[in-house]
Design a protein around this ligand. Structure first.
Ligand SMILES: Cc1cc2nc3c(=O)[nH]c(=O)nc-3n(C[C@H](O)[C@H](O)[C@H](O)COP(=O)(O)OP(=O)(O)OC[C@H]3O[C@@H](n4cnc5c(N)ncnc54)[C@H](O)[C@@H]3O)c2cc1C
Length: 326
């Protein structure tokens, strides 16, 4: 085994490709997005900047903590010591969780960019067909153009899309069908002046909002007052197909209602719908799902129940499992 196709340049795919390359294999990473990162993503609008997917990450396991130390030393991430509160049943309290929170610098997307360095990452390419023939994987894009032939395939795309791509070709599809991934509407709001709050972020136990954060309070950002609001899964499901303008306006009103602030008209307002945002917790997390007969692995946060650390750990585990199969 030498050539491995990795589908997805999110944290899982990049972790996997880095591990395969370190073991002397030749991974090629395909992503349909314009750049690497997947849900670790940043959008800019003039001076405003919004990490509209993952907000920060934590590091619990020792191997991942060691990686984070290296990223800190390289300046790709920094600690975010935010003033965080929690809104619950109409009251507000300081969030008591002392855990270290990390963010990419100068934007969340800096971490995937750092991980992609030195790897063969091909963006704006959607893998639309994957066939296993004569012990080789043949990939094609949506125009049926060949993307290459590979000895092994490591997929990190959302499980619903994995099933669309591979269907009955692998027993992993039946297992992927049991994964539950919640959607999330994100609002990106920029203001001409700083909002009068004494907190930078809040966990919201509210019907509509789950999280609000002053993105500009993260290290390395511009000072332009940029806020990200995340809707709860239930609210998102109920408003999934609504126009983004209505969603943005409704969630801004919820922001006012929750905090008691009178918001000025935003200088920038947008919304982004994450159709596959947050995997539900899984009963028995298994980082690497392997189909050894086909030299196929499935990895990503949904295999372990979510989060950046889970995605990274899953990517590493899948790469190691495939390598062990050679
Ligand atoms: C709103 C939101 C808030 C979050 N908050 C946090 C948080 O605070 N802390 C935390 O730790 N985690 C958070 N997460 C979760 C975190 O972002 C994910 O766990 C992690 O980024 C998942 O990485 P991944 O590589 O498994 O998947 P992804 O990042 O989804 O990567 C999959 C990649 O596959 C690509 N792809 C899909 N189909 C194809 C195809 N056919 N061909 C080519 N490419 C394809 C996609 O473009 C994507 O780049 C949040 C996520 C969201 C959406």
């Amino acid at each position: 085994m030498g050539d491995v196709a990795v589908i997805g340049a999110g944290i899982a795919g990049l972790a996997a490709a880095g591990e395969l390359a370190a073991r002397g294999l030749r991974p090629v990473v395909f992503d349909k997005g314009r750049g690497p990162g997947g849900r670790v993503s940043t959008r800019r609008a003039g001076a405003f900047s919004f990490d509209h997917g993952a907000q920060y990450f934590t590091a619990r396991e020792s191997e991942f903590r060691a990686r984070v130390d290296a990223w800190l030393a390289a300046g790709a991430v920094a600690r975010w010591d935010a003033r965080i509160v929690a809104f619950e049943n109409g009251t507000r309290r300081a969030s008591s969780d002392p855990i270290a929170r990390y963010v990419g610098t100068p934007e969340m997307n800096a971490l995937p960019k750092h991980l992609a360095r030195g790897l063969d990452v091909r963006c704006s390419l959607r893998v639309a067909r994957a066939e296993f023939r004569e012990r080789r994987w043949l990939l094609r894009d949506e125009n049926e153009a060949p993307l290459g032939e590979f000895d092994a395939l490591l997929a990190t795309l959302p499980h619903a899309q994995f099933i669309e791509l591979l269907g009955a070709a692998t027993p992993l599809s039946a297992r992927a069908a049991t994964s539950v991934v919640e959607p999330c509407w994100a609002v990106l709001a920029g203001f001409a002046a700083r909002l009068d709050t004494d907190f930078d972020a809040a966990f919201c136990n509210a019907p509509a909002l789950s999280w609000i954060a002053r993105n500009s309070s993260k290290p390395g950002r511009s000072t332009a007052e940029s806020w990200v609001l995340h809707a709860t899964p239930a609210w998102t499901r109920a408003h999934l197909e609504e126009p983004k303008e209505l969603v943005a306006a409704a969630l801004l009103r919820e922001f006012e209602h929750l905090t008691g602030l009178r918001l000025p008209a935003p200088a920038h307002l947008d919304a982004h719908r994450w159709r596959y945002a947050l995997p539900a917790p899984v009963a028995t997390p298994e980082p690497a799902w392997l189909d050894p007969e086909r030299q196929l692995a499935l990895a990503g946060d949904a295999c372990v129940g979510g989060r950046v650390e889970g995605a990274f750990t899953s990517g590493l585990a899948a790469a190691r499992a495939l390598f062990a199969q050679r």
